[in-house]
Design a binder for this molecule. Structure first.
Ligand SMILES: [Zn+2]
Length: 463
């Protein structure tokens, strides 16, 4: 197992690179910032898109038993009552009796090595808090007298479609998670496609939570993008499918994204919500220690049972072969785009004596290749470089750069993880070859222009 990094210096370097090279910006920066929200710059959006593409390939394209969905952010407010979010989706807040600083109880417990489930009741969390109080100290003043935990609801309210003054009495909500849109479309998908149980529905989309304490850069934010897959099974196959899903999701991170196994670990939830069968998180070794990257949970029949009860719709499933009728059980895989982005940057960030280089898997790199004319003031070199750029851009995201010297251009591309640089020089005009430079080895080779596309293609294929 890799050593926990707990490395504030590394974190600062990643945050600095993110701003310097256009990956992540603080929201509303010219207005002094808007807390716990971030914007993704030109490099960040490319990396995000590549992460989402990889997830979609792995979860939908490669699977004949999983289909996609894009449900709206706004939904009928009753959905959030059925799901338990209106009454139960909240963070437990406590105040230090000595210094009056406020903290999330589950975070204080986490520091003491105790895991609290986000869906625990106020009483359950207070019991757990009291049981472990001897291990907990106020992070601000070091004392350990706290007020009882009080729940603060995380749903973000809106007046969409409500034109009255007192809309707060009947608010609608910005979705707190994307999976509810999947549950309420389960029947539509079943009736409109050829899927039959077991099958899954995958979705990528924004979710919103009124987090009390946002922490650690893009790790915990109030607006974020989720990638969730809900898999519907018969009751007797739930745990068998769950084990398969856990293995599949582990392979996504290790084989498909190329994250080192030593930087990942399974974390089993000890305190399950009443309906859950089993819950594991995949944790990544972030600069601030091992923290949740993804949740893989077995949820029983809770979700469809609740929606059936609140909507009155029959959400049971009848097996065409066995004639058996049941409410499907659900196993889920849920991960945030930003957490993968932060994990990949942590994994890829490499300092060498002469340079900083992001050793991203080529398929994930914002640009696959950069094209340079050796000299900016030689029109014939610029023309040739533009021609190559125009050919390559039909296949990949390509950067074009003619500023400064070649060395500086290489370093700029290294910092954003571009796996290849192509330089057009005077020999190129004679023999139609270019210099192809490899990001990781910095080795250069002459390659025929007509072979460039295939050469790069073969290097960036993901499997
Ligand atoms: Zn205190």
């Amino acid at each position: 197992m890799a050593k926990e990094k707990n490395n504030q210096e590394l974190m600062d370097k990643i945050v600095s690179l993110c701003k310097r090279r256009g990956f992540v910006f603080q929201s509303s920066e010219i207005y002094g910032g808007f807390p716990a929200v971030y914007d993704y710059g030109p490099m960040g959006v490319e990396l995000e898109n590549n992460i989402k593409k990889s997830w979609w390939e792995y979860m939908v394209q490669f699977r004949e038993d999983i289909v996609g969905l894009d449900s709206a952010i706004f939904m009928h407010p009753k959905i959030w009552e059925a799901s338990g979010h209106v009454s139960g989706f909240s963070d437990p807040l406590t105040e230090c009796k000595s210094c009056h600083a406020r903290f999330r109880v589950d975070h204080l417990l986490e520091e003491a090595g105790v895991q609290a489930d986000e869906k625990m009741s106020e009483k359950e969390i207070n019991d757990l808090f009291n049981k472990n109080i001897a291990k907990i100290k106020c992070p601000s003043c070091g004392k350990n007298k706290f007020t009882d935990a009080k729940k603060f609801n995380l749903l973000v309210k809106s007046n969409l479609g409500n034109f009255t003054e007192d809309w707060q009495k009947e608010p609608v909500y910005l979705r707190g998670e994307t999976c509810q849109g999947i549950y309420v479309n389960y029947k539509n998908v079943l009736d409109s496609t050829r899927v039959k149980i077991p099958f899954g529905i995958a979705q990528i989309g924004k979710a919103f939570r009124n987090e009390i304490t946002a922490r650690q850069f893009v790790f915990r934010t109030r607006e974020f993008e989720q990638m969730e897959m809900q898999y519907f099974t018969s009751p007797d196959k739930e745990m068998e499918e769950y084990e398969k899903l856990r293995e599949y999701r582990w392979r996504y991170f290790t084989e498909y994204l190329g994250i080192k196994e030593e930087n990942l670990k399974w974390h089993k939830h000890e305190n399950l919500v009443f309906y859950a069968k089993e819950a594991y998180d995949i944790e990544y070794n972030f600069p601030f220690g091992f923290k949740e990257l993804e949740g893989v949970h077995a949820r029983g029949d809770y979700d469809l049972t609740q929606h059936s009860k609140f909507s009155g719709a029959d959400l049971s499933y009848k097996d065409a072969d066995s004639e058996e009728q049941y409410t499907p059980h659900i196993i889920e895989s849920s991960v945030g785009v930003a957490r993968i982005l932060l994990a990949l940057l942590t994994e890829a960030y490499t300092e060498e004596p002469e340079r900083i280089v992001l050793k991203l898997k080529p398929a994930l790199a914002p640009y696959k290749v950069a094209v340079f004319p050796l000299l900016k003031n030689k029109p014939e070199l610029v023309k040739k470089a533009k021609e190559i750029y125009d050919t390559l851009k039909k296949h990949f995201s390509v950067a074009f750069d003619d500023r400064g010297n070649i060395g500086k251009r290489y370093y700029a591309q290294d910092e954003i993880g571009t796996p290849f640089c192509v330089t057009v020089d005077f020999d190129s005009l004679k023999d139609d070859t270019v210099t192809l430079r490899d990001r990781d080895t910095t080795k250069q080779q002459r390659v025929e222009v007509k072979l460039l596309t295939e050469h790069i293609k073969s290097a960036i294929i993901n499997i």
